[in-house]
Design a binder for this molecule. Structure first.
Ligand code: MRU
Length: 345
């Protein structure tokens, strides 16, 4: 990859501003926890694993910048930072998973402020490195699902930009490409925020992988035309039975895939599994502002004053999922059992 989604720079965090891609490659310099929280909320950085990494780094930089030497007051400031991060985006469980890891490390070391700051930085960097390694492994594990000549459909962006690097769904594509397989990727534009057209198309072009951008409503017809052999999507939260929350539009693709008998794969690290949730129906779905729907970029396309509904994610029932690819292997139905096996492995 010739870009870094997020980078720890000691006294600040550098974040590739995804709101400006592909037209501008600009970086945000975040020097405190609030600016990282803002970057997550405004989707300058987005994608479940990347949100987790950013939150961890945001907590570590926040701790580093606190100028208090009284342990109890330091703890109160840290509580505020943990809360601020937790209020950024509700659906991706990687956010809460990363916050929990950081909290545990903090609780073990909070009596010694200097040590707590060091340990939080170490843990944030560990989360970053683990994500990179896990994504590489996911690519290796899953690349056999892609054949020479495959037509692949993707939705949203589950690539290097959505993670510390390589991506989840796109890591299979990168790994199969590196192996010399030839295939074609159809990229759903992914309204309303256009993560497909803007981000997936950008990063696949950087890697010189052949792609075609389509609008979301074309996907069914491409399936009918026989152009799609498999569908690869990421996940924001997977329940214990395999029900999966992902970018709005994923559910429709899964329904279409079943009708056309096309395998529909979810690809995610195990940090995206919410072990506390038996089923998907209680996954919190983020609702975002109406202007994302009434406008494309800064241009209004709907009349003033119309009512808008803008759920950012939907939930695909496990019955529509062919397999879930994780760093611990390719899991098949019943997911209740296959997921349970990897929880303890
Ligand atoms: O709203 P976003 O852009 O954060 O949504 C991203 C997705 O839905 C991705 O598919 C998901 O987070 C997986 S990223 C590896």
């Amino acid at each position: 990859m010739n870009f870094k989604t997020i980078e720890w720079r000691g006294d600040h965090i550098r974040i590739l501003d995804q709101r400006r891609l592909p037209l501008q490659v600009r970086y945000l310099v975040c020097e405190n926890a609030s600016s990282v929280a803002r970057a997550i909320k405004s989707m300058a950085i987005r994608g479940a694993p990347a949100i987790g990494v950013a939150a961890a780094m945001g907590i570590a930089i926040g701790a580093k910048k606190i100028r208090i030497d009284h342990p109890e007051r330091f703890k109160q400031e840290m509580e505020k930072i943990f809360q601020q991060m937790a209020q950024t985006r509700p659906t991706a469980v990687n956010l809460f998973w990363a916050i929990e890891r950081m909290k545990r490390v903090f609780e073990e070391s909070s009596r010694d402020i200097k040590r707590a700051k060091v340990r939080l930085e170490e843990e944030a960097l560990k989360i970053y490195k683990e994500d990179l390694e896990i994504n590489r492994t996911i690519g290796e594990v899953g690349k056999r699902l892609i054949q020479d000549g495959s037509g692949i459909l993707t939705h949203c962006n589950a690539g290097a930009l959505a993670t510390a690097g390589y991506g989840t769904a796109l890591s299979l594509i990168y790994a199969a490409w590196e192996e010399g397989k030839k295939f074609h990727v159809y990229v759903d534009e992914t309204r309303p925020m256009l993560q497909g057209a803007r981000l997936t198309a950008w990063e696949l072009s950087q890697a010189h992988i052949p792609l075609t951008v389509i609008t979301d409503n074309m996907a069914g017809w491409l399936m009918k035309e026989g152009k799609i052999d498999l569908i690869l999507v990421g996940a924001d939260r997977i329940a214990r039975n395999g029900d999966t929350a992902n970018k709005i539009g994923t559910y429709s693709l899964a329904v279409l895939a079943r009708y056309h008998r096309i395998p529909f794969y979810v690809i995610a690290p195990t940090s995206t599994i919410d072990w506390k949730l038996p089923r998907g129906e209680t996954i919190p779905i983020e609702k975002r502002g109406g202007e994302e729907v009434t406008h494309i970029g800064s241009k209004r396309v709907a009349p003033e004053g119309v009512e808008v509904y803008n759920p950012a994610f939907d939930i695909t029932p496990n019955q529509l999922i062919q397999a879930i690819v994780t760093e611990k292997g390719i899991l098949y139905r019943p997911f209740q059992e296959s997921l349970k096996r990897i929880q303890t492995s």
